[in-house]
Design a protein around this ligand. Structure first.
Ligand code: ADP
Ligand code: MG
Length: 329
């Protein structure tokens, strides 16, 4: 079943999304009952520790993995067609949408065929969706390279002839080639030198504005998320802990997990760099999550009732939601 309509500002509405890996009585609950909206034209940050399910959400939205349950309603921009639930589409039904919904990975080198020239990499993406054929091909490839800050002559080079930052630009050009509306960027900076990261962040921000893209920016770098994103979703053990406009989240985090994450972020001043160990202990196994609030086993404020509490997101300020029963933080 597809939802009747989406709120007009939303490109995607994700409801009760689940992805369990493995069968049997204790599957890995990588994503467990996750709901949030992605607004048209926004950059939405998705943060959380390693293993919290960020990449799995990115892969679900681009249907690289199939969901166990839930809905991902997508309203194509500039179309009067009814919304489509991406979760309900078969792989062949999803194929026409594949160009609209693209993903950029952490390590573009791993996804670039070392024997293909960049021209061929981009041509392959264009061919998949029947775009820029014949005489239109060469100028389109030059335009794509230029859009990501590369030069026309780079088209004839092979992936190994580029630096890490340039390879990430090629990954971005390949995603842009098919004229997407929505891009998932999964830790696109993690493999890059710090000196290069800012350039790629700025490129993503510029392209988003120029092309009217919507971006889901997955990162564990809270400084970059604060700089780039309009709103942020905080994930822990496959569940949403908090959703807020970026400014509100950083100025007044409501959930103890968000507070711990922000407090644990390295302070940018190298002279004062320190990591406050607020997050103690290991992430519990997502195959056997704690009852009640999944964060309670590491929460400095946990009480008995957290073990049985039904953790639902509550809106405490317009657009600011969190999943802790406390109001006094
Ligand atoms: P993140 O991107 O936040 O680090 P992931 O989405 O990669 O988290 O992983 C979430 C959880 O799902 C982890 O416990 C991970 O081990 C598990 N997981 C991810 N992919 C698979 C898979 N293909 N098979 C089994 N478990 C997986
Ligand atoms: Mg990941």
């Amino acid at each position: 079943m597809t939802s009747a309509t989406l709120a007009s500002e939303n490109l995607l509405e994700i409801r009760n999304l689940k992805k369990y890996f493995g069968k049997g009585s204790h599957p890995v609950r990588a994503v467990d009952d996750v709901s949030f909206d992605i607004r048209k034209g926004e950059t939405l940050g998705l943060v959380g520790e390693s293993g919290s399910g960020k990449s799995t959400i990115g892969r679900l939205l681009t249907r690289l993995v199939d969901p166990t349950g839930g809905a991902m309603s997508y309203q194509a921009q500039g179309s009067d067609a009814p919304p489509q639930d991406l979760a309900q589409l078969s792989q062949s039904q999803f194929r026409p949408l594949r160009s609209k919904v693209q993903i950029i990975f952490q390590d573009p080198y791993a996804s670039l065929n070392p024997r293909m020239r960049i021209r061929e990499v981009l041509a392959e993406a264009l061919d998949t969706h029947g775009l820029a054929k014949g005489a239109a091909r060469k100028p389109r490839i030059e335009q794509l390279l230029q859009q990501v800050g590369l030069r026309p002559e780079h088209a004839e080079r092979f992936p190994h002839e580029f630096s890490g930052g340039q390879r990430q630009r090629i990954g971005i050009a390949r995603a842009l080639a098919v004229e997407p509306q929505f891009i998932v960027a999964d830790e696109p900076l993690s493999a890059l030198d710090v000196s290069i990261q800012a350039q790629v962040v700025n490129l993503l921000g510029e392209l988003k504005e120029q092309l009217g893209l919507t971006l889901l920016f997955i990162s564990h770098d809270l400084d970059v998320v604060e700089y780039l994103c309009d709103r942020v979703v905080v994930l822990y053990l496959g569940r949403v802990m908090e959703i807020a406009p970026t400014q509100a989240l950083y100025a007044s985090p409501q959930h103890p997990y968000t507070r711990a994450l922000l407090a644990a972020a390295p302070i940018p001043d190298p002279a004062q760099r320190r990591v406050v160990p607020l997050l103690q202990g290991d992430l519990p196994s997502p195959a056997n999550p704690p009852s009640g609030c999944v964060f309670r086993t590491r929460c400095p404020l946990a009480e008995e009732r957290c073990a049985s509490a039904d953790m639902q997101l509550r809106e405490v300020q317009p657009g600011h939601w969190h999943a802790c029963w406390r109001n006094d933080l």
